[in-house]
Design a protein around this ligand. Structure first.
Ligand SMILES: [Zn+2]
Length: 450
């Protein structure tokens, strides 16, 4: 009875401390604030959008009780839901496995684990669990790496709620037998999935060492024709770069290629719909090429972090150099390279690692912008990323379990809500601080009611 009455409401009024990320330097903070949501009249896109954000005492005067549902989260923090621009959902089971280095970790744990997804029933079960996990950490958009198996794309595309793009990794060389594809199978999978999912598909060569250049070239053309994205890994570790160049130097058409980025470029994969994971060890020349083509970088601080902090020890991403070269970048969990799916852990690591390296411009305000707005822009998701008027009401309610409520600045308030110490147990708690996740104004996850 009550449910049907509530569904008639034209408005919802969210009462909370609200932070609205604007850019790297600014996040508007409404202490004791309110956000008015309005029901969309469009039949094709139902849900609630943001009408306005302001002070509670101002906004509460605007609505009549009969047409507005009050969502009272006073004292809690509300921020936009997160955009995770690079993660492997099929690596959920290897997040905390020992990580000596990237190539060893792939061979020893990751690839055997991904091979289990050959089984469709297993995939179905895992995709349902992972969809719940995404909502429980407040992630409602992102770029998803699946295994080589086409059904892992279809299962996750069916189950994950929000605005995601999906791609099956292509592995046609230098891969274990149990994950090796023929070139024609790899190309056929792109043809089928790209024409089916269009803009929700991402052509996903695992990385240049495992995907033959002819496959990258041919599938790249298909992806472009269908308006699909392209995602792959680039310059994550020094070892990897040496490995890539040693492989490609034996290919006649790549003999003169000097950089990792150039390899992808020769295959036609550096585009304004391309998202490269990591990009830590890039030269200025490579960054200029990325900038010229409008390609983006998914920066994964927890995955790149030191081995004793459960990362792969790949190094510190130089975001200032990236900015100087005008290359778009956003944050990502890179789960299972990163230990936790929570973008709060990712934001913490970004700030922590940069502060430790004396890069003072890395703040929580910047981290939040790069975990919301920046990712939405890269993935070209409309009406998402912050609480601008008419954007969809995608937001999370967060409990301050770490250091209590902060002061009047957005930076301090975010620090109070997010910051934890660097120990693994404390970091694990970031997976449990989201109280509720709302997508288009509807609550899809609540910790109190499961
Ligand atoms: Zn990755």
């Amino acid at each position: 009875m009550q449910e049907s009455v509530l569904q008639q409401h034209l408005y919802k009024l969210v009462l909370a401390d609200i932070i609205n990320p604007v850019n790297d330097q600014l996040a508007s903070y409404y202490k004791d604030g309110a956000m008015l949501l309005k029901r969309s009249k469009s039949k094709s896109s139902s849900g609630f959008y943001v009408d306005r954000v302001g002070k509670r005492l101002d906004l509460i005067k605007l609505v009549k009780d009969s047409e507005c549902e009050i969502l009272d989260f006073r004292g809690k923090l509300v921020v936009p839901t997160f955009v995770d621009t690079h993660f492997h959902w099929v690596q959920d089971d290897v997040c905390l496995m020992p990580k000596d280095n990237l190539l060893q970790w792939l061979k020893k744990y990751t690839w055997p684990s991904e091979s289990k997804f050959k089984n469709k029933e297993y995939t179905k079960l895992k995709s349902k669990l992972f969809a719940k996990k995404l909502l429980s950490v407040g992630t409602t958009a992102g770029a998803v790496y699946c295994s080589i198996h086409q059904h892992t794309v279809l299962a996750s595309a069916k189950e994950f709620v929000g605005d995601f793009i999906f791609g099956n990794v292509l592995m046609t060389m230098n891969s274990p037998d149990y994950l090796l594809q023929t070139e024609s199978d790899a190309i056929a999978s792109v043809r089928e999935l790209s024409s089916k999912l269009k803009k929700r598909y991402a052509l996903t060569p695992r990385f240049a060492p495992t995907t033959s250049p002819s496959v990258m070239k041919m599938s790249g053309k298909m992806a472009k024709r269908n308006g699909s994205f392209i995602q792959t890994h680039l310059s994550e570790t020094i070892n990897e770069i040496e490995y890539v160049l040693s492989i490609y130097s034996s290919f006649a058409k790549f003999k003169k290629v000097l950089t990792y980025t150039e390899i992808y470029d020769r295959c036609g994969l550096v585009t304004d719909r391309t998202i490269f994971g990591h990009g830590i060890h890039l030269s200025d020349k490579e960054l200029k090429l990325l900038s010229k083509k409008g390609a983006s970088i998914a920066h994964c601080p927890t995955s790149n972090g030191p081995i004793d902090e459960f990362g792969l020890g790949s190094g510190l991403f130089d975001f200032e150099k990236c900015n100087a070269n005008k290359v778009a970048w956003a944050l990502a969990s890179d789960i299972g390279g990163g230990p936790f799916l929570s973008m709060i852990d990712v934001m913490n690591s970004f700030v922590y690692q940069n502060k430790r390296a004396k890069v003072k411009s890395a703040t929580y305000v910047m981290a939040l912008n790069r975990a919301t707005n920046a990712g939405a822009k890269i993935l070209k998701i409309k009406r998402t990323g912050n609480f601008k008027r008419l954007n969809w009401a995608n937001f999370v309610v967060i409990d301050d379990i770490f250091s209590g409520r902060g002061s009047d600045s957005g930076e301090k308030r975010l620090e109070a809500a997010f910051k934890t110490n660097s120990g693994i147990k404390a970091r694990k708690k970031t997976e449990n601080v989201i109280l509720k996740t709302f997508y288009k104004g509807n609550c899809l996850f609540g910790r109190d009611n499961g």
